[in-house]
Design a protein around this ligand. Structure first.
Ligand SMILES: [Zn+2]
Length: 94
């Protein structure tokens, strides 16, 4: 798996690919910004295509916990009742 290091450069911080030695993207103003960019890069590097559990279309999954594509997930979240999810319904009247 690709790994990334954060280095200071010209008063900013760059994310560098450890394997290729290349800087990725523009320099960041703070270590926190560079760390956030690195987190996103790692997340994407760990993703692999897998079929959605609902519609079976291939999507970029982050791992075994991520089995439903974004559009099916949205549909599921909009459903009024869902087994296994507690939704705050007390006091809601329509
Ligand atoms: Zn789907």
């Amino acid at each position: 798996m690709a790994d990334y290091v954060i280095l200071s450069s010209n008063g900013g911080y760059v994310v560098k690919d450890r394997a290729t030695g290349k800087n990725i993207g523009e320099p960041h103003g703070s270590v926190a910004e560079a760390a956030a960019a690195r987190r996103e890069l790692r997340r994407r590097a760990a993703s692999s295509p897998r079929p959605c559990i609902t519609c079976e279309k291939a999507f970029l999954s982050e791992g075994p916990h991520h089995r439903m594509c974004a559009s099916c997930r949205t549909l599921s979240a909009d459903a009024p009742f869902e087994i296994g999810h507690r939704r705050a319904r007390i006091g809601v009247r329509s």
